[in-house]
Design a protein around this ligand. Structure first.
Ligand SMILES: [Zn+2]
Length: 326
């Protein structure tokens, strides 16, 4: 299972900015928003400001209007200091949308510009979710592990705790206050739907069910994330061209972006809950390419490693929710 958030670099992102993001990720482990010793804005300043600046220098002047501060020489870290990480994400999203609507001509420079901004938005967003590595913890509650990001481990909803924080408090709180919130027994790992025990103390069936498929959830999430950041080609990480092709075609149809982390997590959860196995994914691709159900049955195998009958193929295809049909 992947716990440390991975900053996704968009295909076509400026090479120097890509390298900076990789350097950033190598060093960011101890950094967070709330840490005094390791404030994450300082790391942005040390690692990102300069390469971004250099990248902007390579662009025609008209582009600088779409990067906050670029026209006036104000660095990324300084803007973030002024508007906050969340504010920066919102602002940059808006400017990027405007660029795509009005200025984008899909030239190489444009494509690189968009990919670079998307990658930077992702980085800033990940920073806002980043929690300190070392914190004081008590009574077996391991805050280090549980506060790595705001998402439920099993879906795209915020954890009960993160949800609480968003609604009630702002995110700049210290560890002592966090300890106090623990008394409310909000889950740091799961959303209210997936909390292990119900408020009456009984085990939650939704939790047990989702927990059993946790490994598959992370596999699908990883595939979705990677395909989302590399839309233009079929990825082969699954080891099977047809499965890769399924994710490629699915992503072509969706308008999701790597920064849409919640939606991607929800999608992975629905995929697993709908029992969309790799075999079914292959069937969908084969059907899309024009094969009959009988032909599909000859190309895929059932649980006993035998070809499938036309009836079995028909039944399997009929069980697939609409949103996954290619
Ligand atoms: Zn959940």
């Amino acid at each position: 299972m992947k716990n440390t958030p991975k900053i996704i670099i968009w295909e076509g992102c400026s090479p120097s900015v890509s390298k900076a993001i990789q350097r950033f990720e190598e060093r960011w482990q101890p950094y967070s928003v709330s840490s005094r010793r390791y404030p994450i804005i300082r790391l942005i300043k040390d690692v990102m400001d300069q390469p971004i600046d250099e990248y902007i220098q390579t662009l025609p002047e008209s582009y600088s209007g779409y990067l906050p501060g670029a026209g006036t020489g104000v660095k990324l870290s300084e803007i973030i200091r002024m508007v906050g990480l969340d504010g920066m994400v919102r602002m940059q999203r808006q400017l990027l949308r405007q660029f795509i609507k009005t200025a984008d001509r899909q030239s190489r420079t444009d494509q690189c510009f968009i990919a670079t901004l998307e990658s930077l938005i992702g980085l800033v967003w990940d920073c806002s979710l980043k929690r300190p590595k070392r914190t004081t913890s008590t009574k077996g509650v391991n805050l280090n592990d549980q506060r790595k990001h705001g998402f439920c481990e099993l879906c795209g909803s915020l954890t009960e705790f993160a949800d609480f924080m968003v609604t009630v408090a702002n995110q700049r709180i210290n560890d002592v206050e966090l300890e106090d919130h623990n008394k409310l027994a909000l889950s740091h790992q799961y959303c209210s739907k997936h909390r292990p025990k119900l408020l009456n103390g009984e085990w939650n069936l939704a939790y047990r069910k989702a927990k059993r498929s946790s490994a598959q959830f992370h596999i699908e999430l990883d595939r979705l994330n990677q395909q989302c950041a590399n839309r233009s080609r079929i990825l082969t990480m699954s080891g099977d061209k047809l499965i890769g092709s399924f994710f490629y075609q699915l992503m072509q149809r969706l308008t999701l972006q790597p920064a849409d982390k919640a939606e991607l997590r929800h999608l992975a959860r629905r995929m697993v809950d709908a029992k969309l196995s790799d075999t079914k994914k292959k069937m969908l691709v084969l059907r899309k390419s024009g094969l009959s159900q009988t032909e599909i049955g000859q190309r895929v195998q059932n649980g006993k490693a035998q070809p499938m009958t036309r009836q079995a193929v028909s039944k399997a295809l009929a069980s697939i929710p609409k949103e996954f049909i290619l």
